[in-house]
Write a protein that binds this ligand. Structure first.
Ligand code: EPU
Length: 434
């Protein structure tokens, strides 16, 4: 199977450097599984003036081995942005080497926080801050908007390019802005930039209309240095939000209730440095579990965040996988032919939208049929037509996909869109004939 994808957020945690000598990013599958069986190769080709990553996968090999789960991308991004809040150097470990993380380092540098990254560890030294997050960086990484809260808290000023829509939906930031306004910030839109100003952020009582992950993270950071108490209601409960809160607490913040839908933050006058280990990536881990299932292999995942994967593991077990924690890690294999199930994506602790595409690939090769409803993003079915090109039987009706299992998938050239869609196509390719 041939998979073309723009050099964008990537199939990163899965395959992004499956080349034998891929030193920069040693992906989990490449390190743990693909090398021994040699069933995937990565090519960088110059196509139509734009660098593309191309993966050629020869499917049909059960994946077996031990794989170490990397640090979490979606925890690392806000935590790294949190450096802006500190007045002392901070060291992070277990930082995954991904394109978005490298973009974050560039952004931090531009904002006045020089950093040095090596072997999964980075020290960031906050200095004289600058308020501008330029379009060139924001357009490649939506998470750049997470500098808004920290910049307002430290500088009383932020100029951040308005993030556009992306492959999975429009993704506005209205909930971030209205919540920051409650804390005393004022916003204007000028030349495509969000201009934020405040004298000093004040604690506020904020109720989110939707438990937005990025919104909760931006507000946690803003409130950490605000005057007085902030209460966030209907806050996101995702483990990555909890990791950010733990990091802020390690730096001196006063936060309670993280992991529940009501978070209370007592602002403090300053935050200092610390050494912080980023949590392991639950979506990478879930994708690897799917890889064991779809190839009928057996994988042992080390540093696997088992508790944070409850909803995913419950569905995979219902499909017929055996997934058990052991003293050495989490062991995953198939116990019988896989069965179709029904899945609805929801905010944590529900089934994560970031695993929707991967479980769909697994369902393509299951007995019977299953239904997947996507409730978080309006356009997160870009992988469907590509899976159909490989022989899958999937019908789309609005936000719902009905999947009827087929006996086999066949290799085909396919186009990847967003990160998780790419992961689902890699999974399908690993199990496909040819
Ligand atoms: N939304 C609004 N207004 C807002 C904020 C969000 O309408 O102000 C909508 C979004 O358009 C979306 C929904 O609410 O439809 C969920 O957005 P949320 O803010 O919760 O997500 P996010 O912070 O933009 C993070 C992850 C995503 C993950 C979602 C949901 C990071 C950097 N990104 O995005 O990860 O899918 O939470 O769990 O943490 C990925 O890793 O592939 C990825 C897309």
């Amino acid at each position: 199977m041939l998979l073309d994808q723009p050099r964008n957020p990537i199939v990163s945690c899965i395959l992004s450097s499956a080349s034998a000598n891929g030193s920069r990013q040693r992906s989990a599958l490449a390190r743990g599984i693909l090398h021994p069986t040699g069933n995937a190769r990565l090519f960088r080709a110059h196509i139509q003036g734009q660098f593309m990553d191309k993966l050629i996968i020869e499917g049909g090999v059960p994946l077996t081995g031990v794989v170490h789960v990397s640090g979490s991308k979606n925890a690392a991004l806000p935590i790294l942005m949190g450096s802006i809040l500190l007045d002392e150097p901070v060291t992070y470990t277990n930082v995954p080497d991904l394109r978005d993380i490298r973009t974050t380092f560039k952004l931090l540098e531009l904002l006045g926080c020089p950093n040095a990254f090596e072997n999964g560890q980075v020290t960031v030294t906050p200095g004289a801050l600058s308020p501008e997050a330029p379009y060139e960086l924001v357009k490649t990484m939506r998470a750049s908007v997470l500098v808004l809260g920290p910049l307002l808290a430290r500088l009383g000023e932020a100029r951040v390019a308005m993030p556009g829509g992306c492959a999975i939906g429009a993704r506005p930031v209205d909930l971030h802005l209205s919540a920051l306004e409650k804390m005393g910030a004022r916003f204007d839109l000028e030349d495509g930039y969000i201009l934020g100003r405040c004298r000093k952020l004040n604690g506020a009582h904020i109720h989110f209309d939707f438990p937005t992950v990025g919104g909760t993270e931006n507000l946690l950071m803003a409130a950490a240095l605000a005057d007085g108490e902030t209460i966030l209601e209907n806050a996101a409960r995702e483990p990555e939000v909890v990791d950010l809160a733990r990091f802020l607490i390690a730096c001196g913040a006063r936060i309670e209730g993280h992991g529940t839908s009501v978070i209370r933050i007592q602002g403090v006058p300053r935050l200092g440095g610390c050494t912080y280990r980023i949590m392991p990536d639950r979506i990478e881990a879930g994708t690897l579990l799917a890889a064991a299932g779809i190839t009928d292999g057996e994988l042992l995942l080390t540093d696997c965040p088992f508790e944070e994967l409850d909803a995913v593991i419950a569905k995979m077990r219902q499909m017929g996988m055996e997934i058990e924690p052991t003293a050495d890690g989490v062991l995953a294999r198939r116990s019988c032919a896989l069965r179709g199930v029904d899945v609805t994506t929801q905010p944590f602790p529900g089934f994560p939208t970031d695993m929707q595409a991967q479980i769909m690939s697994l369902m393509c090769l299951s007995e019977g049929s299953g239904v997947i409803s996507e409730t978080i993003f309006e356009n997160r079915f870009m992988h469907v037509q590509e899976l159909v090109r490989m022989g899958a039987d999937i019908r789309l009706s609005g936000h719902t996909a009905i999947i009827r299992g087929v006996q086999r998938l066949a290799g085909a050239p396919v186009m990847a869109s967003d990160l998780r869609a790419s992961a689902s196509l890699v999974l399908a390719g690993l199990a496909a004939k040819g």
